[in-house]
Design a protein around this ligand. Structure first.
Ligand SMILES: [Mn+2]
Length: 452
């Protein structure tokens, strides 16, 4: 059992926030619209519902002046923010309301005295890896009432959404994880390559892993499961250990013959966390919250946390439909082939528009794992949008996609940048070939300079 104590400053901030919450009869929650934000906002809404406090929830794509205006115009005297707020923390006092901010994004801005501001960075905890919006929302909910620990299951979906479960629990998530395990709310499932969910569906829309001939193919799935001796209607969570091993090994063989790297196999077969009574794991629920947020229906997430079965069914359908669009675009791309250049590989995503998503899939499951993957949407009005994805291994060999995309796009009158491992660029569509040629050369130089 891992012992982890919450920082005392955090505990005192949480009890101040809880007191503020209890003093209102109507609270307006504002949260981000991604999986973490939807989970966090929904956990908070559920907390207020149980306190019999009236509430309104607004999910937003980004914190900006318009959102600030909405907060000012809100009929509530109390604004409770989750997964947003840090970037505006110095301006919130101007709202002249009771403001509570639960955010995990790093900023140098300082909060006004009257703002209740909770952020892992304030306690020297890394908010990028070790505590997110949902972690903080749950901590507030259980500070208000210990009975709210059941909401940990939904918070875990948010934590998974911000990819804070990838390397096991760290920081604040250790505390939340251990408490949730102790209460039997989450259980650890050993990693496998089988996509979670009902097999006939989860294999069909599976892009992580994308299994050539299986993903997007009902006949392929039937043949695979017949050979494994497993019925298509079975759920990943109900498989026996033996069945799980057998099916996972069969998928591994397929992926290896497809050219997938061992590292990707390892990353894909990561540990899963099953959520008690919900019949799914944290990443799956995260996908549902994400789909709700993206479709501007974050309120469905609130319904899920409140235990509404229709909300859950609706979110499942939303998510399945969007995944179906992605898998169809992936199968099509796999058929069309990715174009190899000397140091990079390239595909045209104009017809689907899923540039970033396809880039990840190509990088890990379709293309050459040695070369960075570039997707270009030649899109509307003469401006092309490109995404680039690399692997840690490529970074180790000297590749920096942030610098390369910036230089290549600027060389053709565009702009770009981002992270070393993933970045983007815009440039005039008609200069697309020139852009790719320059990018290929720049990556080549990076490799040569590193090798020296
Ligand atoms: Mn977040």
């Amino acid at each position: 059992m891992v012992e982890y104590d919450l920082p005392s400053k955090l505990l005192s901030h949480l009890s101040i926030a809880a007191e503020h919450v209890r003093s209102h009869d109507f609270i307006h929650i504002f949260s981000h619209h991604d999986a973490d934000g939807v989970a966090a906002g929904s956990v908070l809404a559920c907390m207020l519902q149980r306190l019999d406090i009236e509430y309104q929830v607004t999910f937003v794509p980004v914190m900006d002046d318009e959102v600030l205006m909405m907060m000012r115009d809100s009929h509530s005297k109390c604004i409770l923010m989750s997964d947003i707020g840090a970037s505006y923390i110095d301006q919130l006092e101007g709202l002249e309301k009771d403001v509570i901010v639960l955010d995990h994004h790093k900023t140098d801005l300082v909060a006004g005295d009257s703002i209740v501001y909770i952020n892992p960075h304030l306690y020297d905890i890394d908010g990028m890896t070790s505590g997110c919006g949902s972690t903080l929302a749950l901590l507030l909910a259980v500070t208000v009432d210990e009975e709210n620990w059941d909401l940990a299951r939904y918070a875990f979906a948010g934590i998974a959404g911000d990819r804070q479960l990838i390397n096991g629990f760290t920081g604040l998530n250790i505390y939340v994880g251990e408490e949730a395990k102790k209460r039997g709310l989450i259980s650890v499932i050993e990693g496998s390559l089988i996509p979670p969910g009902t097999l006939s569906q989860s294999l069909y829309v599976s892009t992580e892993p994308y299994i050539r001939g299986i993903s997007g193919s009902s006949t392929g799935i039937k043949a695979l499961l017949d050979e494994a001796g497993i019925d298509q209607t079975r759920d990943f969570l109900d498989l026996t250990e033996d069945e799980r091993h057998r099916l996972s090994s069969m998928i591994a063989v397929k992926l290896l013959s497809q050219g997938v790297s061992l590292q990707t196999l390892e990353e894909t077969s990561r540990t899963r966390y099953a959520l008690k009574d919900l019949g799914m794991d944290a990443e799956t629920l995260s996908g549902l919250f994400n789909a709700c947020g993206r479709e501007k229906m974050g309120g469905i997430g609130v319904g899920i946390c409140l235990g509404n079965k229709d909300s859950l069914a609706y979110a499942r359908e939303l998510n399945y439909n969007s995944k179906k669009d992605v898998i169809e675009a992936t199968v099509e791309l796999d058929r069309m082939k990715v174009t190899p250049m000397e140091n990079i590989q390239f595909f045209d995503s104009t017809s689907s528009g899923f540039t970033g998503i396809l880039c990840n899939i190509v990088m890990h499951f379709i293309g050459d794992p040695k070369k960075p993957t570039i997707g270009v949407n030649f899109g509307e009005e003469g401006t092309a949008k490109a995404s680039a994805r690399g692997t840690w291994d490529q970074l180790d060999r000297g590749i920096d996609l942030s610098l390369a995309m910036k230089a290549a796009s600027e060389s053709v009158g565009g702009q770009g940048g981002g992270h070393r491992i993933a970045s983007g660029a815009n440039f005039p569509s008609i200069r697309g070939q020139e852009f790719l040629k320059n990018l290929d050369a720049i990556i080549g130089e990076q490799l040569v300079n590193h090798a020296k």
